[in-house]
Design a protein around this ligand. Structure first.
Ligand code: NDP
Ligand code: OXD
Length: 313
């Protein structure tokens, strides 16, 4: 098979660096050019324009520049070709750092100290150790497992929830609908690393948050969401924070992004906001992986990290 040409179709992300790096090895067409072009065989995408890809008569594969692929499936005219998602050490490392940072921040009561510092209060509250806290990871995939390993090495008790059974040394694992409530009942700090699919949309709602354990010294349950915004109901999180169902939350993703200026989450004293920045896709690390995959595909090898269309991730 000859060296395929790439359509680069990114929305909301500056394409320049991706274009430079991909062009070092292959011909690249930058959207809005390229529609209907029979010489294009690959699409590298982030939130591609609806129905663009179906206009490419010889498209062989789609590469998401992110680990999540809900943005690819949002296209009503998605052609039936293989879709590869990103699994990369660099991205995983970013996510592990984010999860460890946010878990430690809540565990070590950073908001309390920040408040004390503002008022110049010298007071040491009781201190727990990591082993007193259980962190539950919803979505025990490539990012969830790496985060679980890092948390285990810090001494936290770790639970994991997935769609199918995913045993992991040192982690209490739960799966499917039947495992969800027992998983939540054993979890003090909930870390959401699920993909957005029809099954997971809106799953992080008030009812779910009510099930979290709050018999630890943390003084309440904590939510950390770095998966996708539409997994959660923003209004339910505000309600849960206001009535004490949740003690605090760290949110990297939101139902609407960028988070509207009118959202109460911006100024909520118990919320820590980051702008969908937990694990950035760095072209310097990800483009070589894509180019390697394309070359292997042309040698007749199978693409790696393929998305299961039926499951939606
Ligand atoms: P994976 O596909 O490797 O893992 C997904 C995990 O979620 C799997 O364990 C899967 O179960 C589980 N899961 C999926 N559907 C369900 C369900 N209905 N019920 C229970 N468990 C379910 O994904 P990654 O770890 O690579 O990435 C996870 C998500 O993180 C991405 O989809 C993306 O949305 C988000 N992300 C966010 C970033 C950010 O900057 N905020 C950066 C990168 C990713 P099973 O193991 O049984 O298949
Ligand atoms: C991703 C993301 O899915 O950055 O990789 O959100």
């Amino acid at each position: 098979m000859e060296k395929g040409k790439i359509l680069l179709a990114l929305t909301g992300i500056h394409p320049q660096r991706w274009h430079e790096l991909l062009s070092a090895e292959r011909e690249v067409v930058l959207e809005p050019n390229g529609a209907n072009d029979p010489s294009i065989t690959y699409a590298v995408v982030w939130k591609q324009k609806p129905n663009l890809l179906k206009s490419l008569p010889n498209l062989r594969a789609i590469f998401s520049i992110g680990a999540g692929v809900d943005h690819v499936f949002a296209d009503p005219g998605l052609p039936d070709v293989p879709i590869a998602k990103i699994v990369a050490d660099n991205l995983t490392q970013h996510m592990v750092e984010y999860v460890v940072w946010r878990v430690l921040d809540h565990h070590r009561q950073a908001s309390l100290y920040r408040g004390q510092q503002q008022k110049k209060i010298w007071h040491e509250p009781p201190q727990r150790v990591a082993g007193d806290i259980s962190v539950g990871i919803m979505g025990l995939g490539s990012l969830g497992r790496a985060a679980a390993s890092a948390l285990l090495s810090l001494g936290f008790a770790v639970n994991g929830w997935s769609r199918s059974e995913r045993p992991m040394q040192g982690v209490s694992t739960y799966c499917g609908e039947a495992g969800l409530i027992p998983f939540l009942n054993a979890t003090d700090i909930l870390v959401v690393l699920l993909p957005l699919t029809p099954q997971t949309r809106g799953i992080v709602n008030y009812g779910l948050l009510k099930e979290l354990r709050r018999r630890n010294g943390l003084g309440g349950a904590v939510l950390i969401n770095a998966g996708r915004g539409r997994l959660q109901k923003d209004a339910d999180i505000v309600r849960a924070l206001d009535d004490g169902t949740l003690k605090e939350a760290s949110l990297d993703v939101f139902e609407v992004e960028p988070l509207p200026k009118t959202s109460p989450l911006w100024s909520h004293p118990k919320v820590f906001v980051t702008p969908h920045a937990a694990a950035t896709s760095d072209p310097a690390h990800l483009v070589p992986i894509m180019l390697r995959q394309m070359a292997a595909f042309e040698r007749g090898e199978k693409l790696e990290n393929l998305v299961d269309r039926e499951a939606g991730y």
